[in-house]
Design a protein around this ligand. Structure first.
Ligand code: DCP
Ligand code: MG
Length: 361
């Protein structure tokens, strides 16, 4: 197959950058977008000034406040982020229609063939970053390579406002020195398990046999084996379809009372029912997510032969699954319900990231 030219574009400190752009008083300051520090909300993102204090996405806002009490805490304004997202999406389509958005602020582009007929993908990327700034007054970073994995990892290397190219000749060295936590697809749990086996960087990963990786990491083993060698054949797929629809909620206080949990699950089930019916879909699998007070997550799933679409069914399944967790014995911080194995194709709704628990309602 002919060498592909893939770009991954990712906006810098996206929500926080939009807030700083729209409110000059916030510029140059630690800005935290997310839940209120006095609530149990979390940080959606923060400005680079705030990152210097050790603050990061998904940290509790209360913790962020401890680390930097003088930071500006602002609520997210999704309409503003969506507007920017549309602007950059439109720009991408001036270069190619093979655009795969991963969220509001990032996308893969396959520019092997591109509309202006530019030869070098790095030139396309440079132009895109410049135009993003011209049109939105926001900066983005980009990675350019011959597959998605390398482009994605590369886009993170010179943030903010950076462009990193990884050519086939450079790939081996690039991967070898890269700490595995920077590898897309290696989550925190896998990272710990890799570190425990002495796998710290790409070069360590490359030493592992396929058999070992499959034994340790199951289905993902092949993926890790391939990426350690710079191999990733996944295509850039425009308009991905959603794999699941769900809702989760962080409780006001850690809860050890099962009756109360069931009330929360009942509310969640009704919300998920509404989400499904708004999209005119249903699914075969229901997953319950429980986060204990120590932030450990567990999930339980049940798959039915008949599509699940109403809240009542969801609640009765959820109750069964709740009994298969330690909820009640251990206090619970968050509960979530998700329907997957969807019975229809639903285009990826880029608002998915917004369903994270900011604790606004
Ligand atoms: N986001 C969120 N919750 C998370 C992670 C991200 O709500 N746990 C939102 C806020 C971010 C946006 O998605 O602004 C984009 O996510 P990124 O991971 O790209 O983070 P940023 O763009 O904020 O920062 P970076 O400069 O590291 O890309
Ligand atoms: Mg980003």
């Amino acid at each position: 197959m002919r060498q592909r030219k893939i770009i991954h574009v990712d906006m810098d400190a996206f929500y926080a950058a939009v807030e700083q752009r729209d409110n000059p008083a916030l510029r140059g300051k630690p800005v935290i977008v997310g839940g209120d520090p006095s609530s149990r909300g979390v940080v959606a993102t923060c400005s680079y000034e705030a990152r210097a204090f050790g603050i990061h996405s998904a940290m509790s806002s209360a913790r962020a406040y401890q680390l930097c009490p003088h930071a500006a805490f602002v609520r997210p304004r999704f309409d503003a982020y969506r507007a920017v997202s549309l602007q950059i999406r439109e720009l991408f389509h001036e270069y190619t229609d093979i655009v795969e958005p991963l969220s509001l602020d990032e996308a893969f582009l396959d520019v092997t063939e591109n509309k202006p007929g530019i030869e070098y993908a790095s030139h396309v990327a440079r132009e895109i970053l410049q135009k993003i700034f011209q049109r939105t007054r926001l900066t983005a970073s980009a990675g350019v390579s011959y597959n998605k994995f390398l482009a994605k990892v590369a886009s993170d290397v010179k943030k903010p406002a950076g462009l990193t190219v990884v050519t086939p000749e450079q790939a081996e060295e690039f991967i070898a020195m890269m700490p595995i936590r920077r590898f897309h697809g290696v989550g925190r749990v896998t990272e710990k398990r890799m570190l425990a086996r002495g796998i710290v960087n790409g070069s360590d990963l490359r030493q592992c046999s396929l058999e070992d990786l499959q034994r340790w990491f199951g289905k993902s083993g092949q993926y890790y084996y391939d990426i350690a060698r710079g191999v990733d054949r996944r295509a850039v797929v425009p308009n991905r379809v959603r794999k699941s629809i769900g809702k989760e909620t962080t409780m006001d206080e850690d809860c050890a009372d099962k009756g109360e949990m069931i009330l929360v699950l009942d509310k969640l089930a009704k919300k998920v029912e509404a989400l499904l019916s708004a999209r005119n879909t249903s699914g075969l699998t229901l997953t319950l997510k429980v986060k204990y007070d120590d932030f450990q997550n567990v999930t339980r799933s049940l798959t039915q032969l008949e599509p699940i679409e109403n809240a009542e069914t969801m609640l009765s399944l959820a109750e069964k699954m709740l009994d298969r967790t330690e909820a009640g014995i251990r206090p619970v911080r968050l509960l979530g319900l998700t329907i997957s194995n969807l019975t229809t194709d639903i285009p990826v709704d880029e608002t998915a990231q917004m369903e994270l628990p900011f604790h606004l309602n």
